[in-house]
Design a protein around this ligand. Sequence first.
Ligand code: AMP
Length: 286
Amino acid sequence: MIVLRTKAEVRAHVAQARAAGRRVALVPTMGAFHAGHHALMRAAREAADEVVVSLFVNPAQFNDAGDLAAYPRSEANDAVEAGERGVDVLFAPPVSEIYPEGFATTVSVAGLSEVLEGANRGPGHFAGVCTVVCKLLNIVAPDVAYFGQKDAQQVAVVKRMVRDLDMPSRIEVMPTVREPDGLALSSRNVRLGPADRERALALSRALQTARSAVAAGERDVATVQAAAVTEMGDLEPEYLAIVDPLSFTPLTTIAAPALVLVAAQVGPVRLIDNLVLEPVPAPVAT
Ligand code: AMP
């Protein structure tokens, strides 16, 4: 595996691969790899000939300077892990390579970017995500790019951007990888002390409670939401919402697959998680 730092090097490398008829996959990341990142790399490795993983802690998507400063960074170890998973190129540019002097353009998706994560982290969050993903897709020009369902709203926003701007890369989404006790893997989990690690389980438990209620036939969103929030005990969610998976508009009734999403501050870390809710078919009248 090679580590590249500049756009020009990546472009030249990918152009060569493409000239040799190789299909190219991109996995955008902010590093501090865990099994969730590994799953995306594995999927990319299986689907493509040339796998590029980008490692860039994108300042533009952080609304909180403290969160950016505390974001875990472990590039040397990440390079080893990516190499072990058959990644061909680790693209790890400095900030000045992505945002050079005079950088002035922002890509933003209206509506979808303004609710839930957008409302809580500020509209600049998804504009930062879209701008950097747009740039990475332009730099690497992959046939396919891999994202995790763990960041469900990010997936929806990126898919909408790609569709609206006629970007030619295909977007693939991989399921959320969890610890055996249900906690969704996140680079931020390393900052949870033992007591907060235990409290963090409330998020996945709340989502499971919502899923069980819907699987048992409950379709009323307020009832499902109340059961899920109760499951969180004294951990107060920033939001616990049940929405349409494409538009992210709030639902009152679950008549088709829906998304339940939760965010909460657990000690020093803000965590998010989500699950798909599948309603049971209504009984057929006889
Ligand atoms: P990040 O480095 O946190 O920006 O994540 C890079 C990619 O990995 C994003 O597409 C995330 O959605 C995805 N990802 C993060 N955590 C998980 C997880 N637990 N399971 C699957 N994918 C994940």
